[in-house]
Design a protein around this ligand. Structure first.
Ligand code: ZN
Length: 61
């Protein structure tokens, strides 16, 4: 099996892990009903996207 020839230094390990932190999930509020939703996705509650209904059968105007 492939095997590293030399161990990586503490500083090199730290530099690699500098990008490993978890990020807080991003969200936006629906402009129609105000529910927190995933950005660039239709609202799961009212089915609105870009101020217009895009999913059928959910809360007609
Ligand atoms: Zn909504």
């Amino acid at each position: 099996m492939a095997h590293p020839k030399r161990r990586h230094s503490r500083s090199r390990k730290g530099k690699r892990r500098a990008h490993d932190a978890l990020k807080i999930p991003t969200f936006a509020y629906c402009s129609n009903c105000g529910t927190p939703k995933i950005p660039h996705r239709a609202c799961p509650v009212c089915g609105f996207y870009k101020d217009r209904q895009v999913i059928e059968g959910e809360e007609e105007i």
